[in-house]
Design a binder for this molecule. Structure first.
Ligand code: GLC
Length: 540
């Protein structure tokens, strides 16, 4: 098991920022790169007064018609004017580096926007030289798509283009045609875009839908299975996770490794962690960090979280490093998910203690540190095509993308203009300004955890060992690295619990580093301990 801290991405806390929703500097109601630049002190000013995240992952900022929140790129070489200019980007990158922080970009390699000039050319005629850059096929019969593959968002994955009477393939929205990774020129064009930002000095990528790059050449239909949505009625053996996609990840890894200290984390979109593990870094082979939906989707239960972590620890190849998140731009914010039947903020504190003390790289989603809830978005305010398509079934993603809540002033201090998505009404009480100087706030808890983590080698890189014999509702584990050790007790239920504190490796008593209930610093003898309801306790 590799526990070295040396590469930055193993010891970093990554903070995900949707630039459009973070801070608006030019009063157009939309967040921008300058807004983020002006807010860097909040993320990390080098002191324990700031959040202390080490790296920022930006949701896509390249030129885009913004049909899918920027995941529809129309030019891989420029910044979308909504977000600012290339000069703003360069300044942000330089400023992050000046502070010792890293900047990670989102890279969408599976598809482009339908507005990309490559697609316009490809679509223009059957014999255009770029025709084969996308996946075009004749239908099975008049009016029938080439096969039965479904788009993730639902419906056929094929669109008939009437002028040429051929169908093009899209794994996601019809506005996002898939690149044909089997075409050498198209693949090279993607690799060039990939190198462009690395040449500029970005520290890494979050690779979108990385297991979707390749599809079966013969377009074989997927076997059937039972499921709720149409997309789930098929076993996706021919339209995703082909060995060619794993091989492409290895190629990308070789490119990444030809630069110094860069990193690739990837979204392996699957419900089986076994599949995602295939992409997880095994030495020089694949992704440095592989996203797993499994952990994020776990419901509020000590036993379920322990099972998910143990399973992942067991599955990952020898040299791979775990990576955890609860929330992102696609999911319902976890404070809302976990709140059912309990105290939302108390649970958010326990969750934060878990993600920031497990073995692995934590990814935080902007606003979770102040407990921004998932917002209810009215039909008339929705912009997410997924939400609009499914309305009134609430699967849209706008609710987790609302503006950052900086203060109780107008538009939550996000913008002086009307924001592109409504601010959640909770901003009056849930905001940075209010929590910043409040020692018991969620924000102060995140800050303390991040700083304690940085100062405790065992929390950064130690082995993970779950503690058995805990009462139901308690998840507890130790972390150990040479002389450094830590023990973490997480009470998921709102009643007191008696737990057994193990003896401290190397002898002596434990010292409380952090507790949701009371100040740290106390000595803790091995033996029986009474945990308070919803308590998180970390000792070293
Ligand atoms: C990924 C992104 C999601 C996007 C989709 C299509 O799942 O996280 O936001 O809509 O890919 O690019």
């Amino acid at each position: 098991m590799d526990n070295s801290t040396s590469p930055w991405w193993k010891s970093s806390v990554i903070y995900q920022v949707s630039v459009g929703s973070f801070r608006d500097s030019n009063s157009d109601g939309f967040g921008d790169l300058r807004g983020l630049l002006e807010s860097l002190d909040y993320i990390n000013d080098g002191t324990p007064r700031s959040l202390g995240a080490d790296a920022i992952w930006l949701n896509p900022v390249m030129k885009t018609p913004f049909v899918d929140f920027g995941y529809d790129v129309s030019d891989y070489y420029s910044i979308d004017p909504r977000f600012g200019t290339m000069a703003d980007f360069d300044e942000l990158l330089a400023e992050c580096h000046r502070r010792g922080m890293k900047l990670i970009m989102d890279m969408v390699l599976n598809h482009t926007s339908q507005d990309h000039p490559w697609f316009a050319e490809s679509r223009s005629s059957r014999d255009n030289p770029k025709r084969d850059w996308y996946i075009w096929r004749d239908g099975r019969a008049p009016g029938k798509p080439p096969n039965k593959w479904k788009a993730v968002v639902e419906g056929s994955a094929w669109v008939l283009d009437e002028p040429s009477m051929q169908w093009y393939y899209h794994a996601f929205l019809p506005e996002q045609p898939d690149i044909n990774w089997r075409n050498t020129e198209a693949r090279q064009a993607m690799l060039d875009a990939f190198k462009f930002w690395l040449d500029k000095g970005v520290d890494g990528y979050r690779l979108d839908l990385i297991n979707y790059l390749y599809e079966d050449e013969q377009l074989r239909d997927n076997p059937h299975k039972l499921g709720v949505r149409m997309y789930e009625w098929q076993k996706h053996v021919y339209d995703r996770s082909l060995p060619e996609s794993v091989a492409a990840t290895k190629l990308l890894r070789r490119i990444t490794d030809s630069y110094s200290e860069r990193m690739m984390m990837g979204e392996v979109y699957t419900d089986t962690p076994e599949e995602a593990a295939k992409y997880a870094g095994d030495g020089e082979n694949a992704l440095h960090l592989s996203f797993y939906l499994d952990f994020a989707m776990t419901s509020w239960s000590a036993e379920k979280f322990r099972a998910s972590v143990d399973h992942l620890e067991h599955l990952l190849p020898e040299k791979a490093w775990p990576c955890y998140y609860f929330s992102n731009h696609d999911l319902v914010r976890h404070i809302t998910r976990f709140a059912r039947g309990g105290d939302a903020v108390a649970r958010a504190k326990v969750a934060a203690a878990m993600i920031l003390t497990l073995r692995g790289t934590p990814i935080l989603y902007y606003g979770e540190e102040i407990g921004m809830p998932n917002s209810r978005i009215k039909r008339s305010d929705m912009v997410d095509p997924v939400g609009l398509k499914w309305w009134p079934i609430p699967v849209g993603r706008d609710g987790s993308r609302t503006p950052m809540q900086w203060s109780a002033s107008g538009n939550a201090g996000f913008s002086s203009a009307r924001p592109w998505l409504p601010v959640d009404p909770s901003y009056v009480t849930v905001n940075v300004e209010r929590q910043e100087h409040e020692p018991r706030s969620l924000l102060s808890w995140y800050r303390s955890l991040i700083h304690a983590r940085r100062e405790t080698p065992a929390l950064l890189a130690g082995n993970y060992r779950p503690l058995d014999g805990m009462p139901g509702g308690v998840f507890a584990y130790t972390r150990e690295l040479e002389e450094s050790c830590a023990a973490v007790f997480l009470n998921f239920v709102s009643r007191p619990q008696s737990v057994k504190v193990p003896s401290r490796p190397g002898g002596g008593s434990w010292k409380v580093l952090l507790s949701t209930h009371g100040p740290g610093g106390d000595e803790l003898e091995p033996g029986k301990l009474r945990l308070q309801p919803d308590q998180a306790l970390i000792c070293a």
